[in-house]
Design a protein around this ligand. Structure first.
Ligand code: MLT
Length: 239
């Protein structure tokens, strides 16, 4: 009998162990901006992405041929690396067939937390492809919101609500109140997400750094990707 698959939503990565179940697929969400950047980099031809946890680890890759090494801390690019975490850095042919090493404040940490599960990344760039993939996989799903330094954030939670509602319209069933809360947040924001986030911490942080265009693009990308980045042996590859 095909029992309905369940959806759980984890708002902050510190709580992930309460949701952890290695039979589930984990969807890592960091729409501002790590998982958006991951989707865009693959869309523009990156071969694979190695998420790393420290700047020191990232530096070890800098001399390797056909590697791009990118680092972001506190939303700012880190000096001495090829790129930061702006989606616009990756929209060029220079990334084609390269291996991207990426370390960010939140998104790559969430990938590390989820590494013992079947894990994919999602953003507004590959939303439709993620929905189709999860329906086909027919497994329980844990939506892992990266948040900000261990705290809840609105944008990842709203994205989780949008994804959860779509899955529940396709025979998935909710299994916790955080999913219901995420869906309500999505309903409250869907008319104009950018404006809804006007007072959110990360939109204000990015605005203060003159990165509003990054926010606008990641929330409403001008193209869609059908690529599902999946974690395998410590690397993100195309599913
Ligand atoms: C990240 O993407 O990990 C962080 O949320 C910060 C950012 O790049 O804006």
């Amino acid at each position: 009998m095909n029992t309905s698959k369940k959806i759980s939503t984890c708002f902050v990565s510190a709580l992930f162990e309460k949701y952890s179940n290695t039979e589930s697929i984990v969807v890592v969400i960091d729409v501002l901006r790590a998982t958006s950047v991951i989707s865009i980099a693959f869309h523009y031809g990156v071969k694979e992405i190695i998420p790393v946890q420290s700047l020191e680890e990232a530096k070890n890759y800098k001399s390797k041929e056909n590697f791009i090494v990118a680092a972001e801390r506190n939303a700012m690019p880190v000096d001495g690396f090829d790129y930061g975490n702006s989606p616009f850095h990756y929209m060029n042919e220079k990334v084609q067939n390269k291996t991207l090493v990426l370390t960010t404040t939140n998104g790559t940490k969430a990938l590390e937390i989820a590494k013992n599960h079947k894990t994919i990344t999602a953003s507004f760039v590959n939303f439709d492809a993620v929905v189709d993939y999860l329906i086909l996989q027919n497994k329980d799903v844990i939506l892992l919101c990266s948040g900000w330094k261990g705290f809840f954030n609105l944008e990842d939670s709203i994205f989780a609500g949008k994804l959860a509602e779509k899955l529940m319209n396709n025979a998935f069933q909710n299994s916790n109140d955080s999913t219901l809360a995420a869906i309500e947040l999505f309903h409250s924001s869907e008319a104009d997400l950018f404006s809804f986030l006007s007072n959110s911490s990360h939109r204000k942080r990015l605005k203060s750094l003159n990165m509003e265009e990054d926010t606008k693009f990641c929330l409403n990308p001008t193209f869609q990707s059908n690529i599902i980045p999946i974690l395998k042996d410590g690397k993100l590859i195309k599913a």
